[in-house]
Design a binder for this molecule. Sequence first.
Ligand SMILES: Cc1cc2nc3c(=O)[nH]c(=O)nc-3n(C[C@H](O)[C@H](O)[C@H](O)COP(=O)(O)OP(=O)(O)OC[C@H]3O[C@@H](n4cnc5c(N)ncnc54)[C@H](O)[C@@H]3O)c2cc1C
Length: 380
Amino acid sequence: MSAATRGLRVVVVGGGVIGLACADELVRAGHDVTVCDPRPACGSTYAAAGMLAPGGEAWFGEEALLRLGIDSLERWPAFAASLEQRSGHHLDLRSTGTMLVAADRDDLAEVHRACRLLNASGVRVEELDGRTLRAAEPVISGRVVGGAVLPDDRHVNPRRVTDALLAVLGDRVVRARATPESDGVVLDGGSHLRADVVVLATGATGIPHVRPVRGEVVRVRCRQAPIRVLRARVHGERVYVVPRAHGELLIGATEEEHPVGEGDPLPTLGAVGRLVETARALVPGLATAELLEVVARDRPGSPDNGPLLGPVSGTGSARLLIAGGFHRGGVLLAPITAATVRAHVDGLRVPPATQAFDPNRFDSHTARDSDTDRNEEPCA
Ligand SMILES: Cc1cc2nc3c(=O)[nH]c(=O)nc-3n(C[C@H](O)[C@H](O)[C@H](O)COP(=O)(O)OP(=O)(O)OC[C@H]3O[C@@H](n4cnc5c(N)ncnc54)[C@H](O)[C@@H]3O)c2cc1C
């Protein structure tokens, strides 16, 4: 960090996993940081399964996103170790990998396609027949026909991550909604915070080109837990089961486009019912699981599923950086995002994997009115 960039006043608008991780990184770099959020850690991050799985999420045409995810995954052990050591919180980071599971031949064809892409991208993947798969994860139904293991994927409990970040940030987090201005932000109630840099990390609202993509998850406690994350296709329906501490499992997730409504989105019986039915076809022992929680939140979707990450031009004295549109991968991408935002603030070299995710890349396209003019509502 040069003398010119030391101790800048930075306001981070939005205290989800992205805003909090950026704030922590900037504090550690010596900046004077304030995070504004009326309900920190209650947005999309609150529902996230915490899969750190660039391989499990990979798809054709999204190779740059896969490279970004692989880079961020490599940063997770150091990110978690530092945060655990400074906060005293245990994040439940696990390195047990992902198992892709197919219930019929068509499902298996999809798994084969994904494996071809992963092989071509240098991701370690081992294809397995149904018997080998069940030997490795006996809780899986005897009806599955095959799948694959991605040994390098990890997972973490995102609520523990945000609890730890909130603990280390302490009173730098202000419980207020903020609106960026030319020289800082204005808080609800009218007070003004001046800043040299504003980082906009408001999740599914308030960032141009970002739209809400509803996701629902079910949290249960079950004696029959897999060791790995299971990501399955069951007769065309997708489902995942993520093991957590104390016998808890997270079952997810639905994916539907919805307009932004009042307060937190509510789960629907039909969508959750389908999800649970699919999960039970994969892990029959879930029939006796105890239901702990059903949650719906809006993922911050972007037109190409990749994040918007970096500076945007403005007219005021405060520099504006966007960290948004993380869609299904914001937890995975938190460490590389924090490093990238810090690099922009301090004038350092940004990680090369982020260069495809310039926030201005959609500006030549016609911006949808609903993206930019959406009426924001508080999280609750
Ligand atoms: C069901 C589901 C499962 C998921 N599973 C995974 C997974 O396994 N792995 C993974 O990597 N990702 C997963 N995701 C995606 C992940 O949750 C998101 O990409 C990530 O949480 C985005 O973080 P964020 O900080 O950008 O947004 P959010 O967590 O939504 O945080 C945005 C914050 O901004 C605040 N805010 C909004 N407007 C303002 C304002 N004007 N002023 C102040 N504050 C404001 C909100 O209160 C909120 O706290 C999942 C998402 C869902 C919904």
